[in-house]
Design a protein around this ligand. Structure first.
Ligand SMILES: Cc1cc2nc3c(=O)[nH]c(=O)nc-3n(C[C@H](O)[C@H](O)[C@H](O)COP(=O)(O)O)c2cc1C
Length: 166
């Protein structure tokens, strides 16, 4: 098997431009969230999405217990939410996140207000993939709003330009 340099792997993976999500869950009255770019829409029938979370992260353990998660796709002006939920060792919160307004839809996982889109899910299955766990969710509710998405590319937050007609 080819030995790939870790820096080369990270540089290649970071060259895939993505949006930014915050994945959340609620378990025994406590809420938690984590900034995640490893999100994909998987299936239309049944409607399923996936997120990939580092094994041993607090959120990964909580979702295994709660069996529910929410995904908020962030708007360009929600960089502060992304930065906050990318911080290691955040305390679990009681019920809601005090500084970032959110709503509950079906499962009770918090969904941030003004996110450009959201999915509210039950865990369908989870796969161990190396040092990450891939959660596949059955989508119980989804929605989208107007606005520009927050982007992420090569380690920096970006705005996404519309090149239609350029
Ligand atoms: C833009 C961005 C995208 C990220 N995407 C992921 C991801 O897809 N999966 C993941 O496990 N961590 C991702 N992270 C890192 C986590 O947000 C961060 O390690 C986590 O909040 C720390 O949680 P912990 O206290 O449980 O370790 C990302 C961070 C940033 C800034």
């Amino acid at each position: 098997m080819a030995i790939v340099d870790e820096g080369a792997f990270k540089a290649a993976a970071g060259s895939f431009a993505s949006g930014v999500t915050v994945v959340t869950t609620k378990h025994e009255g406590k809420v938690h969230g984590m900034t995640v770019s490893a999100f994909a829409s998987l299936s239309l029938d049944p409607m399923q999405i996936m997120v990939s979370l580092r094994t041993g992260s607090r959120l990964q353990g909580m979702i295994e217990e709660s069996k529910i998660f929410g995904v908020s796709i962030l708007r360009e002006d929600q960089k502060a939410i992304a930065s906050h939920f990318a911080t290691r060792g955040l305390d679990l919160q009681d019920g809601v996140f005090p500084q970032f307004p959110s709503d509950e839809h079906v499962t009770g996982s918090p969904i941030f207000q003004d996110a450009i889109a959201y999915f509210d899910c039950n865990v369908f299955t989870a796969y161990e993939c190396g040092d990450h766990i891939l959660f596949v969710g059955d989508v119980l509710a989804a929605g989208s709003n107007e606005g520009q998405p927050l982007g992420y590319y090569k380690g920096n937050y970006r705005s996404i330009t519309d090149l239609t007609g350029a």
